[in-house]
Ligand binder design. Structure first.
Ligand code: PLP
Length: 301
């Protein structure tokens, strides 16, 4: 297995980062996780845009351009002969002596890891996953803004520990006002019944103001719902709104759209809106892969 480290591919046994790296010492850095379908990195530009945005929010100057990162990702995939993969790009503040001053680090450390994608069990999509509402609150956006996809992941890890202790797959975190924010690695959606005025069900998801990562899958799900005339409410919601919903699902790059069968003690069946959006999402992936393969073929001619 090969890993891309700084400016080259190296065998995994040589892929070593210093104990003085500020990523290791302080969790000072940013990352992105991507999914590769049939040799194509899905939503690559969007992920790179978010990587640079996260970096700029922590004043981390990624000294190389997006084309270099794209090339590094594809070289890592080819070197490992991967067509369906999970890719993680990490950029840390880099090597520097102990201390919080970012100027101690002269060069960021850049790593690309690619691994064979392990499909989620089909039963997750058919029957849904169990989640809890965690006691751990999401970082306040004025403390560590969840829009920064930072390698400092302890907030999410603490919530994940709670989920595991309760036999749940994912934990939904509330923000400091007790409003629903997001999962440890996912965004949350739920479906409300059609009201007396509305004919179609209402799809709800916490707005960016709730203090969430604006997930790329979340954005696609909202667009697909609107395209299919499902009304979307990006708002501020309580756990009770979740408990009284008809359907609940999670979105994330690797899991796509995954139904929830239980939040705390409340159960849900996998509903029609969740199924419709997941099918539509898979079609978006298929079309994206086809058109990206075509354009790379044209590029080679
Ligand atoms: N929220 C958090 C905290 C995450 O870490 C992630 C992804 O890892 C998401 C939401 C989902 O984002 P995306 O759809 O871009 O994968």
């Amino acid at each position: 297995m090969y890993v891309y480290l700084n400016d080259r591919l190296v065998p995994v046994s040589d892929a070593k980062v210093s104990v003085f790296d500020h990523g290791f010492l302080y969790g000072d850095g940013v990352f992105e996780t991507m999914r590769v379908y049939d040799g194509v990195v899905f939503m690559l530009n969007e992920h790179l845009y978010r990587l640079y945005r996260s970096a700029s929010m922590i004043r981390l100057d990624i000294s190389f351009d997006p084309d270099f990162i794209k090339k590094a990702i594809y070289e890592t995939l080819y070197a490992n002969k991967l067509r369906n993969a999970y890719v993680r790009v990490t950029v840390s503040r880099g090597y520097g002596s102990v201390g919080l001053d970012t100027e101690l680090c002269k060069e960021p450390t850049f790593v690309v890891i690619a691994e064979e994608f392990k499909e989620y069990p089909e039963s997750y999509y058919r029957g849904g996953v169990k989640v809890i509402v965690a006691k751990t609150r999401r970082n306040h956006k004025d403390a560590l803004n969840p829009q920064i996809k930072s390698i400092n992941f302890l907030n999410n890890i603490l919530a994940k520990i709670e989920a595991k202790e309760k036999g749940a797959y994912e934990a939904i975190m509330l923000n400091s006002e007790g409003r629903v924010a997001e999962g440890t690695i996912s965004n949350v959606f739920f479906v409300k019944e059609a009201g007396a005025i509305r004919e179609s069900p209402l799809l709800c998801t916490p707005s960016k103001d709730a203090g969430i990562l604006d997930g790329i899958t979340r954005g696609i799900a909202i667009n697909l719902a609107e395209r299919d005339s499902i009304m979307v409410n990006e708002g501020s919601f309580t756990p009770e709104d979740l408990y009284s919903a008809l359907e609940v699902f999670l979105t994330n790059t690797t899991m796509e759209i995954i139904p929830v069968c239980q939040v705390d003690n409340v159960r849900y069946s996998v509903g029609s809106v969740t199924k419709l959006l997941h099918e539509a999402y898979r079609k978006v992936v298929k079309d994206y892969v086809t058109s990206n393969k075509l354009s790379s073929l044209k590029g080679r001619r």
